[in-house]
Write a protein that binds this ligand. Sequence first.
Ligand code: PGA
Length: 258
Amino acid sequence: MRKLIAGNWKMNGTLDETRRLLLAILGNLGDLTRQVDLLVIPPFTALQEASLLLRARGRTVRLGAQNVHFERKGAFTGEISVSMLLELGVTDVLIGHSERRIHFGETGALCLKKLQTALGDGLAPILCIGEQLAQRDQGQTESVLEAQLHETFLALREDSAARVTLAYEPVWAIGTGRNATPAQAEEAHRFIRSRISTRFGEDLAREARILYGGSVNALNAGELLSRPGVDGALVGGASLTAQDFLGIVRAAASASSA
Ligand code: PGA
């Protein structure tokens, strides 16, 4: 499977910063998109700028949004709908990032509604799941992942589930500089795939793309991405400079051809 490297810029990126970062990425990309799928996920306010730049370069890099509302339109002050994203050329959307679960109270039930609307209207979701440190320390990693999958991904119809990318993001590894070890990532991905297999069968489990996220950088990416079942990375901090992001993309290209 081709690896996907996705850069989640979070709440970073004025228009000027967006232009500079994207031009630096696109200008130094070479032919890496022949081997690796790339996605950038700027904040809402920079999507149009990013979309115009990416379109001018033939859309070799996909464009994602960090969030979306589950209703199609209406009285939802401050929210953004799927159609608003689609008209900007957005193809992918993050759902259930731990920062949204923790800081904005997003529940599994809410994530399921968002998944269903995004899928129904043609946006490709990346669903994030992952345990907190205390849960890992208490040996609850698998039960937490199981519960998060149960209320979201596993509740979808099979044809919908087949269009979702999953991201395993241990909360303790996000923004901390402490990435999961390659063995921990591999183990969690294997568990997630086993649950997909039980619910939807082996074919879907094999074809499901599962990204790892949490302090991925150009130095640790090679080892993480070489692990079986680690199909790419969701990158926060290290996606904010072209050099670091491209270092990860190069590591993904090497891991793919190894
Ligand atoms: P990080 O963020 O790479 O800065 O740890 C990852 C994420 O939040 O997706």
